[in-house]
Design a protein around this ligand. Sequence first.
Ligand SMILES: [Zn+2]
Length: 174
Amino acid sequence: MQQQQQHQCPNCGTPVPFGAKFCGQCGIQLNWQQMPSPVNQQWQPWGGSSQPAFIYNTSGQGRLSVIPYEIKEWNWGAFSFSWLWGVCNSVWISLICLIPFVSLIMVFILGAKGNEWAWQSKKWDSVEHFRRTQRTWRNWAIAVLVLNFIFLLVFAFVELSGQTSTNTTPPPAY
Ligand SMILES: [Zn+2]
């Protein structure tokens, strides 16, 4: 894709190179958003206090959805809850996780592609709404992980203390 268009810092108006993380003049952090219009697919910077007014919410349009820059990250909720997360986020491909062994691979694909798929398959109010929802899933994933860990510790403790007491019984005679 060619980048002929001049980009300007949304804060101070200084020309900024495409893809720059920060404005060289005022130093604000820049985010980049691709315009979803088929005739005008140029990139636009925004950041700092500027409003991303040109951001179109294209969620829920399948392959036509433009994936916002901000949600391109690992999804712990999808990774941990697999098909359960998928059903709640309209990512039906996650039902593959119901197949044993295949799920072991699928959860990693879900972790990597989860955000993208969820954005494409469901209509979200905003990027913020999307991120809020996925944060909640992540928090539950952490909670379940911690509970599992505690359970495992308790189980190991009970097992160990059980073993020491059974050591007093005579070994089985063969
Ligand atoms: Zn600037």
